[in-house]
Design a protein around this ligand. Structure first.
Ligand code: FAD
Length: 347
């Protein structure tokens, strides 16, 4: 069976990985110039696998997809042909004195939504110091025991190199997509099934909204991130700073990189990071990790999350065509399970 995939972002690569391992002949088209050209949102993402923290804005579906995907990543990563950092050391939520109101509201929301065995655990400052000696400053801390994080750039590359029987067409803009057919600028390709994982590239389409029965286009939500290099910092797990105005998270990457993210702005502007976001992210990071004063800013990046109006993902299917879109800020958290559901008919 021949499968054509439009879009080699996270969803497209996972589809190619699953299907090629089942022995299908897979062809992938992407407008990016090469496999590591960071056009797709997946390259920019922090890779937080935060099924509990995301209950703040997510619903039961996001949570359940997240829990299933945590197990799926544990199966996928060992099968990849390149090493990928995947950690399940939990994550921490921190709040400064004075920000108790915002923190208390969020923690009680998570307590109400999370099952009994996934509840946030309050840590004393001593317990916090034992877990993460470099953190200093916050007055309150909670542990989210079962959360994880994945090295997104390593995983994007490893998914690409680990697909068997797969033909990759880079620098190839998909102009039109119909059941069984992908039209590029110069050619028309026929397949038994076509999968549309173009994210924002599918903006001409209307996706059904199950709640309002209306239809909606995909939109981009701007996210800006900063990479710091700090050789002496020994952070073991991701941390989130609960702040009344904005959320900031910090994710360690080996050997000495700290990833700080991310803004969430209703805009499709992909221009470089703003001064405002830079100041907010760095101030927040420095307020819990004073050692960062001597860290070096080595990289900044901006990208767009593909989102539908309710910020929930969609799988749509008709004979010869599957569409997966709307992964928004949850792609790494939920994509393995979303893709598994979308591809059920190939089982
Ligand atoms: C700053 C930031 C931080 C994030 N942090 C996290 C996180 O910590 N945890 C988490 O779970 N998620 C996170 N995400 C979200 C996650 O990255 C996305 O949900 C996910 O990457 C979306 O994947 P996708 O494959 O659906 O879409 P995309 O990544 O947008 O991929 C679409 C692909 O289609 C290609 N394409 C588009 N149009 C065409 C066309 N016409 N022809 C050919 N190719 C085309 C594009 O080049 C691209 O490669 C973050 C995102 C951002 C931006």
């Amino acid at each position: 069976m021949k499968i054509g995939i439009a879009g080699a972002g996270l969803a497209g690569r996972l589809c190619a990985f699953y299907l090629s391992h089942k022995g299908y002949e897979v062809t992938v088209f992407d407008k990016a110039s090469h496999p590591t050209d960071p056009v797709a949102a997946g390259f920019t993402a922090a890779g937080m696998l935060s099924h509990i923290a995301e209950l703040e804005s997510g619903d039961e579906n996001i949570y359940n997809y997240g829990v299933r995907s945590l197990s799926l990543w544990k199966e996928i990563v060992p099968k990849l042909s390149e090493p990928v950092e995947l950690h399940y050391k939990g994550s921490l939520m921190l709040a400064h004195r004075g920000d108790e109101g915002a923190a208390a509201r969020l923690i009680s929301l998570l307590q109400a939504k999370a099952p009994a065995d996934q509840q946030p655990t309050k840590l004393s400052l001593e317990q916090l110091r034992e877990q993460e000696p470099s953190i200093s400053g916050p007055a309150h801390a909670w542990a989210l025991q079962n959360e994880g994080h994945i090295h997104t750039r390593q995983a994007m590359y490893a998914l690409y190199t680990s697909c068997q029987h797969t033909h990759w067409h880079w620098q190839t803009h998909v102009k039109k997509l119909t059941p069984h057919t992908i039209h590029t600028e110069t050619e028309t390709h026929s397949f038994d099934w076509v999968i549309d994982t173009r994210g924002l590239g599918a903006r001409e389409l209307k996706f059904a909204n199950a709640h309002t029965l209306s239809c909606q286009n995909v939109r981009g939500v701007r996210g800006e991130v900063i990479w710091l290099q700090s050789p002496n910092l020994n952070l073991q797990r991701p941390i989130r700073l609960l702040h009344p105005r904005y959320r900031v998270y910090l994710v360690p990457r080996k050997p000495d990189i700290l990833f700080i993210g991310a803004s969430e702005i209703e805009s499709e502007d992909r221009s470089p990071i703003s001064v405002r976001t830079t100041v907010e992210l760095l101030t927040a990071a420095h307020s819990v990790l004073p050692e960062l004063a001597e860290a070096r800013i080595i990289h900044t990046e901006t990208n767009l999350r593909p989102a539908l109006i309710d910020n929930f993902p969609r799988i749509e299917q008709e004979e010869g065509l599957i569409r997966i879109n709307g992964l928004f800020r949850h792609g790494w958290l939920i994509a393995p399970a979303v893709v598994e559901d979308a591809l059920k008919l190939f089982n």
